[in-house]
Design a protein around this ligand. Structure first.
Ligand code: CIR
Length: 252
């Protein structure tokens, strides 16, 4: 069971962050509201939320999932692959030191937490524009030392691995059609998303609750088979910045 979540307020320059989206200019007023509702959903899922102040030098820093990876045994401080995000990890480290032994990814290795999918004791390490082979190799070694297993998997579409696949409990993966037949996921139960609802792949499982983006009714209906409480959240402004529900917290 998770007990805590680290989150960070979006800054008023959050729209200067990296995005490939064509959904329009995001609203600061709305993202603050959406972030607050997200924190309330984490609290309703049983977590104490540790809220960090915005980091004006890093407009993407509220996507706290990327500069660190927390496992039940260790916290890995990453070296993010996006140059504008390198440095976000510095203010996360002192907080994680209170909860886990901390280890590091060092350059030229790059890793972003959005590429790291934990399923029980096993970790899928997405190889993407943000997570390179050197970073993945460093991470695999750190995970092995901590008693975890891992394997690399290429990210063929989307920003990060977890843009397309997440674990929603009970050895079940919620994933896109493109990943449904991937041999790496052969041993798992699967919920496959409709092509026009792929954004819902970024659903966050927290204890006995699933936090899922609002506006994807067929995904929601499929998720109901998990027998968990489902909280739908409007993350329209987060999506405009290429982010989603998993990205905005580190669960501990
Ligand atoms: C970026 O491009 O780095 C941010 N605008 C979005 C990061 C989203 N993070 C995630 O999926 N873990």
């Amino acid at each position: 069971m998770y007990t805590h979540a680290i989150a960070r307020l979006p800054g008023n320059n959050f729209s200067d962050g990296i995005t490939t989206s064509t959904l329009g200019r995001p609203s600061y007023y709305l993202i603050l509201q959406q972030h607050q509702t997200y924190r309330q959903a984490l609290q309703a899922s049983g977590l104490e939320v540790i809220l960090l102040p915005a980091e004006p030098a890093y407009p993407d820093a509220y996507f706290v999932e990327d500069p660190a990876i927390v496992t039940p045994r260790i916290a890995v401080i990453t070296h993010p692959g996006a140059p504008s995000r390198q440095g976000e990890q510095l203010s996360i480290e002192p907080i994680l030191l209170q909860y886990r032994p901390v280890v590091h990814i060092d350059p030229p290795g790059t890793v972003e937490g959005g590429d790291i999918l934990m399923v029980g004791n096993h970790f899928f390490i997405g190889l993407s524009d943000r997570t390179n082979i050197e970073g993945a190799a460093q991470l695999a070694k750190l995970l092995t030392t901590a008693g975890h297993t891992s394997e690399p998997i290429p990210v063929a579409s989307g920003l990060h691995l977890k843009s397309s696949v997440n674990c929603v409990g009970n050895d079940t993966l919620l994933l896109t059609q493109a990943l449904a037949d991937h041999p790496a996921f052969a041993g798992y139960k699967k919920i496959v998303l409709d092509p026009d609802e792929e954004y819902a792949a970024n659903t966050l499982w927290v204890n006995d609750t699933l936090l899922t983006p609002r506006g994807f009714p067929r995904a929601r209906a499929k998720l109901s088979q998990m027998g968990m409480r489902i909280i739908e959240l409007d993350v329209s402004e987060v999506q405009k910045m290429d982010g989603g529900l998993t990205c905005m917290s580190l669960r501990i």
